[in-house]
Design a protein around this ligand. Structure first.
Ligand code: ZN
Length: 457
């Protein structure tokens, strides 16, 4: 009696529905009909069913596919704007933060992940990856996975790792690195316990050594073998800034792209964060192999890493998604804000026609889906997962922007969503999170944040 249990949801009268379908159709006075966790129909309100178990009247709202965040370190929400780490470049910034992060506890991971996810969801994001690469004090990726299930976010948990400490020429202090056998064993455990390969999956596991300057070549290769054995994705940081390039040249006598290829880290199942300094050879390699890039414009500006050649990558055929990156190097995790910065930063680097508002939105939806190797999210069309967000155009930031409400979402002040539906479930209703008590979570988050910084003094 499956039919009896079906739950239907109708979103109707939307000012515009931005479908991101094959013709990039935008439907005025549009509607979306959802059955359980899947979109069944999209079209003009008058042509869709008029009845459903729940009806959302989306008059004055723009509906878009839920945004996809392809790079984050959610625990870093505990260490925003730390004075000693405010003004350095990547390696200096990391060196100041590692000793603080060494004090992380399981509760801190869980609470900071809930906080970071709430912030992302309120800013339009419905699917996020998180790259957790430091595991002191019995912390586990399970703490993040629990948080994702609790708040109801679609989640790709990346089992990060660091194994080369300072005594072996790496950047992190020895006390925060792990043994390589233990890393691989725990990664296997996580995949076997949590990875869901099916369409519309809410949780997937990703194999994700932190970066070429914090793990060995052996671990990079073993990680690739492991991921391919289980058919899961691979993720790491690559070619982030000039020091990163210098390290790669000195240590491996290769560019980061050459090193990635040498370790088996190219393919449609791989995506690399940043790639600010990816050279032409690297761009051609990534395009040819379908290797993805997570572009993190705020973080790249914050750490003065440079301007990633995103226009060039897209023209060459490289899959590109957007990432807010860790909250300690952004220090905002507003997904629509990131869309805006992606558009603006390409213009600073490459001219006013380097990226339009709609192209930036496309990177954050279809682009992110492709980078995460998914074909069931990123667009509003029949058969896709029911991940939809609604922005109310009556907010002050949009006043006077009615000429093109879709572009206004990107050009104007980044807004929070009025509604968010993830996998058919309403997780934000009229601007409020429905699945967690956000006030209580934030209060605990702030207490833990101070405790963590204090412990490192
Ligand atoms: Zn990162």
């Amino acid at each position: 009696m499956q039919q009896a249990k079906d739950k239907t949801l109708l979103i109707k009268n939307a000012k515009v529905v931005v479908t991101m379908n094959d013709t990039r159709e935008e439907i005025k006075n549009g509607a979306i009909f959802i059955r359980n966790n899947i979109i069944e129909q999209v079209g003009p309100s008058a042509e869709l069913p008029q009845e459903a178990d729940e009806i959302i009247d989306a008059a004055h709202h723009v509906a878009i596919p839920g945004l996809v965040n392809t790079h984050h370190h959610m625990y870093q929400s505990l260490t925003r704007a730390i004075p000693a780490a405010q003004n350095g470049e990547l390696f200096n910034w990391l060196t100041n933060l590692y000793p603080i992060w060494a004090g992380l506890t399981p509760e801190m991971i869980k609470v900071s992940t809930l906080t970071a996810m709430a912030e992302l969801i309120l800013s339009g994001c419905t699917t996020s990856s998180d790259h957790l690469y430091i595991y002191p004090n019995k912390t586990r990726l399970d703490d993040s996975l629990e948080a994702a299930a609790e708040i109801g976010m679609r989640f790709h948990g990346a089992r990060g790792a660091m194994s080369v400490g300072q005594s072996k020429g790496g950047l992190p202090p020895d006390r925060v690195v792990e043994d390589e056998e233990a890393i691989l064993k725990d990664t296997r455990r996580l995949i076997e316990s949590y990875h869901d390969a099916s369409r519309h999956a809410m949780q997937r596991i990703v194999v994700a050594p932190c970066s070429p300057f914090s793990v060995s070549r052996d671990l990079m290769r073993e990680a690739a073998n492991l991921a391919r054995h289980y058919k899961v994705s691979l993720h790491t940081h690559l070619a982030e800034n000039v020091s990163d390039i210098a390290y790669s040249r000195e240590k491996f006598n290769m560019t980061p792209a050459e090193y990635a290829e040498d370790c088996g880290w190219v393919g449609h199942d791989v995506w690399h964060a940043h790639c600010v300094q990816l050279d032409d050879h690297g761009i051609a390699l990534f395009a040819r192999t379908g290797t993805g890039v997570a572009h993190c414009p705020c973080s790249n500006m914050r750490l003065a890493s440079g301007i990633a050649p995103i226009r060039k990558m897209i023209d060459a055929g490289v899959p590109v998604g957007l990432g807010v990156d860790g909250s300690a190097s952004n220090d905002s995790a507003h997904m629509m804000g990131e869309v805006r910065q992606a558009m603006l930063l390409q213009r600073v680097g490459f001219g006013p026609d380097a990226m339009t508002a709609r192209q930036a939105l496309e990177i954050a939806t279809l682009g992110g889906a492709k980078v995460l190797n998914r074909d069931d999210i990123g667009a509003l069309k029949p058969g896709m997962s029911a991940d939809v967000v609604l922005f109310d155009t009556r907010q002050i930031g949009f006043a006077g922007g009615q000429h093109d409400p879709v572009a206004a979402l990107v050009f104007c002040t980044p807004a929070n969503v009025a509604w968010s539906i993830i996998n058919g479930r309403v997780v934000v209703r009229e601007g409020q999170c429905t699945t967690i008590d956000l006030g209580t979570v934030m209060e605990r988050h702030n207490a833990l944040s101070l405790e963590l910084a204090e412990a490192a003094r």
